[in-house]
Design a protein. Structure first.
Length: 413
């Protein structure tokens, strides 16, 4: 049953399901906006700044590292002061960082502003995931999260398409200018429409002993570990695709920036389809059954891309098929995993969300750092990296999630 019916919420404005899903989609959609819209411009930025591949990789890896570590800060802050003030502050800072990235005059400055974007994005995503637990029980939260991620999928379709065309027509600074515009729109929308969703602020949330106790309890919970392992594994695969695909698809397979944008947009559309199918599977087989089914698509995509990488001249159609199979599975895993990780912690949703996001980002940072060192002008690092992440995702879905995935509520903080 939705917690929107709880008398504790009756005295303040609440969100309908569609409105909640729309605002969540806008907040969570900032992540693909900060990455996917920017991707088609990467080769041009490298040329203009005469930057090596490792430095360009840091514009992605630095963002994701800051995104992960800062969630540990923003989660308790959101539990202490509420979701709305944290969102307003972080979105304001994100607008500033996005403008700074647009105006950067060198690769070092661009990396610094991208790190600042990641730090502010951490607050946005932590609050968005915690809001789902503020308002809904876990199974209903998974359905709402799936609906929100369908909206995110629309943004993820539009972002690379727009980025490709903007980069081709106006240059790479225009793509970062578009990021600034979207973040400003998000700030205005949240200021206008989002009420506070946290029912009771926790005045003890920032005390170090309380933080340590809560973090230990969250991390010790087998349901948290199962779902967080799933989301970290599947996101590692996605981050490998985000970090390396522009160089491989444009530099190795010969796509133009516009064609690459179309390809990534199509992949996001497939991801959107995965979230739609996820909602149907949730009604039929529940969260655990849904991710077990999705793992077959994930594994087929990862192994398929690895097989393509072994070919002397891999057919582009088969490369794209493998890419799309993986993104379909990702669309199933993410809504279930994000809702499942915070499900047992109605009074510690901020801490649980922060820990889950931090672990996800650290795994993705490791995967991206490995990819930056392994890139050799062929498809092999991308294919083998995605295969490794896919195998890990499938194994987690078929073992840890199967045994521990049904959320059970723990004690209050």
């Amino acid at each position: 049953m939705s917690l929107l019916a709880n008398p504790a919420l009756a005295a303040r404005p609440v969100l309908g399901t569609l409105q909640a899903a729309a605002l969540l989609a806008l907040l969570l959609g900032l992540q693909p906006v900060l990455t996917d819209l920017y991707l088609p411009a990467l080769p041009r930025i490298a040329t203009d700044f005469a930057a090596p591949l490792a430095a360009m990789q840091m514009t992605m890896s630095g963002l994701i590292l800051a995104f992960g570590l800062m969630q540990l800060v923003w989660g308790p802050v959101a539990d202490r002061f509420g979701r709305r003030p944290v969102l307003l502050a972080s979105l304001t800072l994100m607008v500033v960082a996005s403008i700074g990235a647009t105006l950067a005059e060198g690769i070092a400055a661009l990396i610094a502003w991208r790190v600042a974007q990641g730090a502010t994005l951490a607050a946005v995503v932590v609050c968005a995931r915690a809001m789902v637990r503020d308002l809904y029980e876990p199974h209903e939260g998974a359905r709402v999260m799936s609906l929100a991620l369908s909206g995110l999928g629309v943004l993820a379709v539009v972002a690379p398409l727009s980025g490709g065309f903007i980069a081709a027509a106006f240059g790479w600074r225009a793509t970062l200018g578009a990021v600034s515009t979207v973040t400003l729109i998000a700030l205005l929308a949240i200021a206008w429409r989002l009420p506070e969703t946290l029912r009771a602020r926790n005045p003890q949330a920032l005390r170090v002993p309380v933080l340590a106790r809560n973090a230990r309890e969250v991390f010790a919970h087998p349901t948290f570990r199962a779902w967080t392992s799933l989301t970290a594994s599947t996101y590692a695969g996605l981050f490998i695709m985000l970090s390396g695909s522009s160089y491989v698809y444009i530099g190795v397979l010969g796509m133009t920036p516009s064609q690459y944008g179309l390809t990534m947009g199509a992949g996001s559309f497939i991801y959107l389809a995965g979230t739609v199918v996820c909602r149907r599977w949730l009604r039929r087989v529940g969260m655990v059954g849904a991710v077990q089914r999705g793992a077959f698509f994930t594994l087929a995509g990862g192994l398929g891309l690895a097989a393509c990488a072994l070919a002397a001249q891999p057919p582009i159609a088969l490369v794209l098929l493998a890419h799309f199979l993986f993104t379909f599975g990702h669309g199933v895993h993410q809504p279930c995993g994000q809702a499942g990780a915070v499900g047992p912690f109605p009074q510690m949703a901020g801490v649980a969300s922060a820990l889950a996001g931090c672990l996800l980002a650290l795994v993705a940072f490791g995967a991206g750092s490995w990819l930056g060192a392994a890139m050799d002008g062929t498809l092999r690092p991308l294919g083998f990296g995605l295969a490794g992440a896919s195998i890990a995702t499938a194994l987690v879905a078929w073992t840890l999630v199967r045994r521990h995935g049904e959320p059970a509520r723990t004690r209050t903080a």
